[in-house]
Design a protein around this ligand. Structure first.
Ligand SMILES: Nc1ncnc2c1ncn2[C@@H]1O[C@H](COP(=O)(O)OP(=O)(O)O)[C@@H](O)[C@H]1O
Ligand SMILES: CC(=O)N[C@@H](CCC(=O)OP(=O)(O)O)C(=O)O
Length: 276
């Protein structure tokens, strides 16, 4: 349940939670209401399935490794077009229609987020040597400047942010939206970080919803493969956010009408609450 002194809430709106116009209106109304109530609501969105559709229409093959899209130059162009273009403006329009004032941004705007190429290594099972996994233009946020968001918050303008950012090398990087949302929440000192996805939360080995999950349990479920695919970067981000001091980190179903208000204003909340 939301406390009176909580001011900044970051909501990650996943690509799988989008698509239904009625649910999109509910989401926009929830975000607008939070802002009217004096809360700085910040939206970070994804769009993985929508990028996939566009790549398919353009006949560009795409593959994921451990939940991240391998991103070559042609792919990053499409990623920026779909995320910072179509999806970002769609969410801005829906919030504006609900009576809020939204501004669409990506990490490049105002040099909000500086990206570095993601360095990920994996142990080769045959040789037992750590090898660098090359994901191309996949980035990680290494610096976040909050001043652009502070200016907007003072005017009660809702930032809607696409997870695309520039590197010091001037290149455009594709950042996993969960990771990006975690970095924004950390920089803002947000008290809550909500992940809206297409499942009720983290599901256990028998498909049951886990209402509360400690960091140690989450790590066990990732190691055993119960948590896999796109849920991995989400849970890893939750753990990092908890370590950075974000108090409430929740994964919930964005396909539930008014999921955000339900989570914040009912006793039991919804979805999976991650705890230290
Ligand atoms: N243990 C798990 N519990 C819930 N979902 C899981 C689990 N393991 C893997 N997943 C997958 O993770 C998906 C959510 O991640 P993702 O597809 O990246 O969503 P989003 O687009 O919202 O970020 C679920 O739809 C499900 O297929
Ligand atoms: C590096 C990487 O994988 N980037 C993601 C960015 C979008 C995203 O994360 O969208 P969802 O939240 O809807 O999954 C991608 O290209 O799909």
């Amino acid at each position: 349940m939301l406390r009176y002194d909580e001011k900044t809430i970051v909501v990650k709106y996943g690509g799988h939670a989008m698509g239904d116009p009625e649910l999109a209106r509910d989401f926009a109304e929830d975000i607008t209401l939070l802002t009217l109530a004096g809360i700085n609501a910040v939206v970070v969105h994804g769009g993985g399935p929508q990028i996939g559709n566009m790549l398919e229409r353009l006949n560009i093959k795409s593959e994921f490794r451990d939940g991240l899209r391998v991103t070559d130059r042609a792919t990053v162009e499409v990623v920026e077009m779909v995320l910072a273009g179509a999806i970002n403006k769609d969410i801005v329009s829906t919030i504006n229609a609900a009576g809020g004032r939204a501004v669409g941004l990506c990490g490049k705007d105002g040099r909000m987020v500086l990206a570095e190429p993601l360095k990920r290594t994996k142990r080769d099972p045959d040789s037992n040597i750590e090898k660098v996994v090359d994901l191309g233009f996949v980035g990680e946020p290494v610096e976040v400047r909050r001043d652009v968001l502070d200016v907007l918050a003072r005017q009660e303008i809702i930032p809607v942010i696409a997870p695309v950012a520039q590197g010091a090398d001037g290149e455009t990087y594709n950042i996993n939206a969960d990771t990006f949302a975690g970095a924004i929440a950390g920089a803002l000192g947000a008290t809550r970080l909500l992940f809206l996805t297409d499942v009720d939360g983290v599901l256990g080995p028998d498909g049951e919803l886990i209402r509360e999950l400690t960091v140690a349990e989450a790590r066990r479920l990732m190691a055993s493969g119960v948590i896999s695919g796109g849920m991995v970067p989400k849970v890893e981000t939750c753990i990092a956010a908890l370590e950075r001091g974000v108090e409430g980190v929740v994964i919930l179903n964005g396909k539930t009408p008014h999921a955000v208000l339900l989570e914040l204003f009912t006793d039991g909340g919804a979805g999976t609450l991650l705890k230290r």
